[in-house]
Design a protein around this ligand. Structure first.
Ligand code: C2E
Ligand code: MG
Ligand code: MG
Length: 589
C-alpha cells in the first residue's frame, strides 16, 4: 500500500516542463510525430499540423499513413511493408509530394527503444529549399508532360528521384556523407571484404559536451565547431577511410583495410589526439574531446546497421567509463549494455506498476552484544528490491546506478520516502532509540524544495523526525553540489539525522568531514572484511572509528559477517554494527 503523496507541486512542475517542451517542439520547423508501434498517431507538433493542414485533435489516434499526403504519382509515401517494420528498424525516405508547387521532403523514422512495443518517432523535413528552384521546376514540368507521355516520362522521373536522393546523401553542415551515404559505403566495404578478405573498423565518435557549446555560444558556433572537427578528422585519415556525420555531434569513421582491433584502437587514439588541439573562434578557446566506440569485423555478411549499432554501444560504454574514453565492442560490453537495458526497462515498469519493495536490515548495538547475534536492534536500513515477473532479481547496486544514470532515481527515491514515512507513522510503539534509515541519492537532494517538502510531510504525519536517518554515499556528496549541503543542513536543523554511507571509499578530506552536516558515518564493508587479514586496512578502520567518535559522530560498521569481526570492532570501540551476522535484509519484524 503506498500512502498518499502531496503530488500537487510535482504535477505543477511536470506541467511546466511539458509546457516548455511543447512550445520548444512546436517552434521547430521539422514536423514531428510519435506513433504507436502500428503507426497510430499518439502525439504531433504544430509543424505537422501545418504540414497536413489539419488540427492535431483530428490526427490523434489515426494511422499516420492516412494523414500523410500522397507522393507525386498518387501513391502513399510509405508503403505498407515499410509501416509493418517501423517499430523494429529505423529508416528514411525522400519523396516528391503531390503538391502545387512541387515539394520534396525527407521522412525519417526511428523506434523509441525504451518501451515494448516500441513507439516510433517520425521526423518530416521539407527539403525543397535544398534543391534549387530550377531543379524543382524542371521536375514539375516533367510531371506536367507525364500526363501526355507517361511511359517516357516515368523513366526520366526515376532518374530525377535518384538525383534527389543523391542530393540528400550529404550532411548540409559539413558536406560529409550522412547516415545514408555511410550505409552505402559500408555495404561497398563489406562487398570488398567478400572479394579480398581482411578486416574493417567502424569508429563511432561522439563529441563530449557539445551541447554546452551550443547552449553557451549558440548554434552558429556549434556548426562552425562541427565543420572544424570534420576537417580535422578528414585531415588525419588516409584517403581510403570515410568520415561521415550521422547528426548532432556524432561522426562515424569507416576505416580502410586494417589488421586487427589494436590497429583500430590506434587510429581512434590518433583521432582523439588530433581533434583535441585548441580551437579559437571569436576569442573563445575550445579543446574538443570525443568518446569513441569501435567495432571491427572480418565478416562480409555482417549487417551494416548492426555494425553501426555495436560501435554505438561501445561508444556509450566509453562515455560512461570513468577511466577510458574509447572502447572496442566485445561480448562483455554487449552483455553489459543488454543488462543495463533490461534493468532500465524493469525499473520503468516497476515504477509504473508499483512493483518495487523494501527489505529491512537491522542495525544493532555492538556494545556488549552477545555472540549469538541477539544484539539490541537500534534501527533498520530500508533497501530497495526489484523482483521482475520473470528472471533473476535485479542487483540493487546495478539498479541504483541505472536509476541515477537515467534520472529515474527521483521517482524511485520518492516512493522509498513515502514507504518509510508510512512505516514510521504506523510503528509509533517501537523503542525510543529505534530509527529507520533510507538511502538518498544526491540527485534527490538537488531537487528544488526537497528538504522543505520532506519536513512538511513529516510534520503532517506527526512523525518524530529523529527516527528518520538519511544515508548519503560519501563519494556522491563529495562531488559536491552546495545545494545538497544546504538541504541536509536544513533537514538536520529540524531533527532528521544524516549518515555518510560507504565511508572510507570517497577520500573525504579530514577538514571537509568536520564541516559536513552529518550525524554519523557508516564504515564501508570493504574495511570490515579486511579485519584479521590486512593490517594496513585494520589500522585505517581503527583511525576511522576514533576520528568519528572524536568528532562526536555515530559510527556504524557495515558488512559484519563473522563473530571475530564483531569482536574486533567492539575492541576498537565501534558502537554500532550491521551485517549478515545480525540479520539479512528482509521483512520488518
Ligand atoms: P548500502 O546503503 O551501503 O547498503 C548496504 C549493502 O550491503 C546492501 O546491499 C546490503 O544488502 C549489503 N550488506 C549488508 N550486510 C552485508 C554483509 O554482511 N555482507 C555483505 N556482503 N553485504 C551486506 P544492497 O541491498 O545490494 O544495496 C546496495 C546499495 O544500493 C546500497 O548500499 C545503497 O547504496 C544502494 N541502495 C539500496 N537501496 C537504495 C534506495 O532505496 N535508494 C538509493 N538511492 N540507493 C539504494
Ligand atoms: Mg546505506
Ligand atoms: Mg553502505
Amino acid at each position: 500500500m503506498i500512502p498518499e503523496v502531496n503530488e500537487q507541486p510535482i504535477i505543477l512542475e511536470l506541467r511546466c516542463i511539458l509546457g516548455r517542451l511543447e512550445t520548444a517542439l512546436s517552434a521547430i520547423s521539422d514536423a514531428l510525430v510519435i506513433t504507436d508501434h502500428q503507426g497510430l498517431v499518439l502525439w504531433c507538433n504544430r509543424s505537422f499540423d501545418r504540414f497536413i493542414d489539419q488540427p492535431r485533435m483530428r490526427s490523434l489516434g489515426h494511422p499516420i499513413l492516412s494523414l500523410l499526403p500522397l507522393d507525386h504519382q498518387g501513391d502513399p509515401v510509405l508503403a505498407e511493408a515499410v509501416l509493418a517494420s517501423i517499430s523494429q528498424i529505423a529508416g528514411a525516405t525522400t519523396v516528391l509530394l503531390q503538391r502545387q508547387p512541387l515539394k520534396a521532403c525527407e521522412i525519417e523514422w526511428r523506434p523509441v527503444e525504451t518501451e515494448v512495443p516500441a513507439p516510433v518517432i517520425f521526423c518530416i523535413r521539407d527539403i525543397s529549399t535544398r534543391i534549387s528552384n530550377q531543379e524543382l521546376q524542371a521536375t514539375a514540368e516533367r510531371i506536367e508532360q507525364q500526363r501526355q507521355h507517361s511511359d517516357r516520362l516515368n523513366r526520366e522521373l526515376q532518374q530525377q528521384q535518384l538525383l534527389l536522393a543523391n542530393l540528400v546523401r550529404e550532411c548540409p553542415v559539413t558536406g560529409l556523407p550522412n547516415r545514408r551515404g555511410l550505409r552505402e559505403r559500408l555495404d561497398l566495404a563489406l562487398g570488398r571484404l567478400r572479394e579480398r578478405g581482411g578486416q574493417i573498423g567502424v569508429l563511432f565518435c561522439d563529441l563530449d559536451h557539445f551541447k554546452d557549446v551550443n547552449d553557451m555560444h549558440g548554434h552558429q558556433v556549434g556548426d562552425d565547431l562541427l565543420i572544424e572537427i570534420s576537417r580535422r578528422l578528414q585531415e588525419a585519415l588516409p584517403a581510403e577511410a570515410t568520415v561521415s556525420r550521422l547528426g548532432g555531434d556524432e561522426f562515424v569513421v569507416l576505416t580502410g583495410w586494417i589488421r586487427d582491433g589494436s590497429e583500430a584502437i590506434a587510429i581512434a587514439r590518433m583521432l582523439q589526439q588530433h581533434i583535441a588541439a585548441p580551437w579559437l573562434l571569436h576569442g573563445q578557446r575550445f579543446e574538443p574531446t570525443m568518446s569513441v566506440g569501435i567495432m571491427v569485423t572480418s565478416d562480409p555478411s555482417a549487417d551494416g546497421d548492426e555494425l553501426l549499432r555495436q560501435a554505438d554501444v561501445a561508444m556509450y560504454h566509453a562515455k560512461r567509463s570513468a577511466t577510458e574514453s574509447l572502447a572496442l565492442h566485445d561480448a562483455s560490453i554487449e552483455a553489459h549494455f543488454r543488462s543495463s537495458c533490461r534493468v532500465h526497462q524493469e525499473l520503468r515498469l516497476a515504477i509504473l506498476h508499483q512493483k518495487l519493495t523494501l527489505a529491512y536490515q537491522p542495525i544493532v548495538s555492538l556494545k556488549g552484544s552477545p555472540p549469538d547475534g541477539s544484539a539490541i536492534i537500534l534501527g533498520h536500513e530500508a533497501l530497495v528490491r526489484l523482483q521482475p515477473e520473470q528472471g533473476l532479481p535485479i542487483d540493487s547496486e546495478m539498479l541504483i546506478v541505472e536509476a541515477e544514470r537515467t534520472g529515474m532515481v527521483i521517482e524511485l527515491g520518492s516512493w522509498v520516502i513515502s514507504e518509510a514515512l508510512s512505516v514510521l507513522q504506523h510503528h509509533p510503539q517501537r523503542p525510543d532509540h529505534w530509527s529507520l534509515a533510507i538511502n538518498v541519492s544526491p540527485l534527490q537532494l538537488e531537487q528544488t524544495g526537497f528538504a522543505a517538502d520532506l519536513l512538511e510531510r513529516i510534520e503532517a504525519m506527526a512523525i518524530n523526525p529523529g527516527r528518520l536517518v538519511l544515508e548519503i554515499t560519501e563519494t556522491k556528496i563529495l562531488q559536491d553540489s552546495s545545494r545538497c549541503i544546504q538541504e541536509l543542513t536544513s533537514l538536520r536543523h529540524n531533527g532528521v539525522r544524516v549518515h555518510l554511507d560507504d565511508f572510507g571509499t570517497g577520500y573525504s578530506s579530514l577538514s571537509r568531514l568536520a564541516r559536513l552536516p552529518i550525524d554519523g558515518i557508516k564504515i564501508d564493508r570493504y574495511f570490515t572484511a579486511a579485519l584479521g587479514c590486512d593490517s594496513r586496512l585494520e589500522c585505517m578502520i581503527a583511525s576511522m572509528i576514533h576520528l568519528g567518535r572524536d568528532l562526536g559522530l555515530e559510527v556504524v560498521a557495515e558488512g559484519i559477517e563473522t563473530d571475530s569481526q564483531r569482536l574486533a570492532l567492539q575492541a576498537l570501540g565501534c558502537l554500532w554494527g550491521q551485517g549478515h551476522l545480525f540479520g539479512r535484509p528482509g521483512a520488518l519484524p
